[in-house]
Structure formats: C-alpha cells, structure tokens
Design a protein around this ligand. Structure first.
Ligand code: SF4
Ligand code: SF4
Length: 225
C-alpha cells in the first residue's frame, strides 16, 4: 500500500505573479513605430472620452423628462366618447372576436330611452382588457366599426401588481371633461368637428430634429447633383 505523502506547508503564502503587460520601459523597447502606435491609441481613446464629457446627453431624465412618441405609437387603449359625451362603443363585440390574444372581455346591454349610453341600440355594460395578454397589435382598433377603441400614446403601464393590468371600462373610458381635448381618431358624429390627429409639429423636439436632418440631407444631395 502506497504511503500518503504530506507536503510541508510553506512558511509564507505564495505570491501570485502579476505581469504588467505594458509599462513605460516596455514602450521604450518596442521601437519608435510601435511606441507611436500605442501612444496614439491612448490619445485617441482619451480624446473620445473628453469629447463625450462636453456633449449633450442622449439620455432623458425620466420621469421628469419624457421622450415624444411617434404619432403612430400604439400604447394603452382608450374607449372614446362623442363630443356630446356619449360612448362610442356599441357593444358589438368585434374587437373581442378579432383579438388574437383573447385579451378583451365585454358584455353588451340594450340602451333604453331613459338610459342612452351610446348612439346605437346597445352599449358595453362591462368592458375589460387584460394588458398582460395584449400584444398591442392594434387589430381591435382596426376592427371597431365605431372607432371606439383606440390605442393611445400612453406607454407607462408598469406595475408590480398583476391586478393593475386588468383595465376596466372605468379606466379605459375617456373622462367626460377631456372628451374633446384627448387625441381622437376615426369617424365623427354628424355635425362634429373633424377629428384631430397629432402631426409632427405637435411633437416638437424629436420630430423637428428629424425634419432638419432630412432637409440638410436633401440640400446636400441637391448640391452634389
Ligand atoms: S391590441 Fe391586439 S392583442 Fe391587444 S387587445 Fe387589441 S386586438 Fe387584442
Ligand atoms: S370597442 Fe368597437 S368593436 Fe369593440 S365592442 Fe365596442 S364598438 Fe364593438
């Protein structure tokens, strides 16, 4: 049987050898051409750092500053109203049928002469969207014959509670006092003012920058032609 070999414990722990790959002495050994290349790389790197120190930051101080959204951005839904305050939704259920995620649940009820909620025969008594299921495809907006459901510009839908992602009718419906002010798309009720769609001039900073860039590009192209 082989005897166990005990190695003596070193008196002092071994020091790890640290290799410095490049120091001033090494540079002098490199030859003038290679040394110049190394120093040039350092100068180039540092100049980049200094340039960025004085540049306007590209990041935003969220939530104090918010980036403008594209007019075609599809965020959290809204249930629209006519300017007389009535709901656009007539409870037809097309949005629910077309939804590929099965995120919309609604129950329709008849309008009565005492309770005309919409201009149609029926209205949505109960309407709910599960935002955790929604993939923001916009099919519901496309399918809606009344332009009642639209995907608005709100993208701040984060929460730590699952229940907060169930958007009930009360949360989706445009508040009465904001019915004209809020962004609307689609058809209007007879006699209503035409719908207002935000244009690039409504979203100043970002789009004006893009516009200027495009103009500069066109000028350059025209000058070179
Ligand atoms: S955007 Fe698409 S996934 Fe979301 S509720 Fe509408 S149809 Fe469903
Ligand atoms: S939102 Fe539009 S498609 Fe959906 S039930 Fe109402 S009217 Fe019909």
């Amino acid at each position: 049987m082989q005897e166990a070999v005990f190695r003596p414990i070193p008196a002092e722990p071994r020091q790890a050898k640290v290799r410095v790959h490049l120091n001033v002495r090494d540079i002098s050994k490199l030859g003038w051409k290679r040394s110049f290349q190394v120093l040039w790389a350092v100068v180039k790197g540092m100049s980049m750092t200094w340039r960025h120190l004085f540049r306007k930051p590209v990041t935003f101080d969220y939530p104090n500053q918010k980036r403008a959204q594209s007019p075609r951005f599809r965020g959290v839904h809204r249930l629209q109203r006519y300017s007389d305050g009535k709901e656009r939704c007539v409870g037809c259920g097309l949005c629910s049928v077309v939804c590929p995620s099965n995120a919309i649940y609604l129950e329709a009820a008849e309008n009565t002469p005492d309770n005309m909620v919409s201009h149609g025969e029926r209205h949505a008594r109960f309407y709910q969207i599960d935002m955790l299921r929604c993939i923001f495809c916009g099919f519901c907006e496309e399918a809606c014959p009344e332009d009642a459901i639209v995907l608005g510009p709100n993208w701040e839908a984060a929460s730590t509670h699952r229940d907060d992602f169930i958007y009930t009718k009360e949360r989706l419906l445009v508040p009465l006092e904001k019915k004209d002010e809020w962004f609307r798309r689609g058809m209007t009720w007879p006699g209503e003012a035409p719908d207002t769609v935000p244009t690039s001039t409504d979203l100043p900073e970002y789009y004006m920058k893009l516009k200027k860039k495009e103009e500069r590009k066109k000028k350059k192209e025209a000058a070179s032609a």
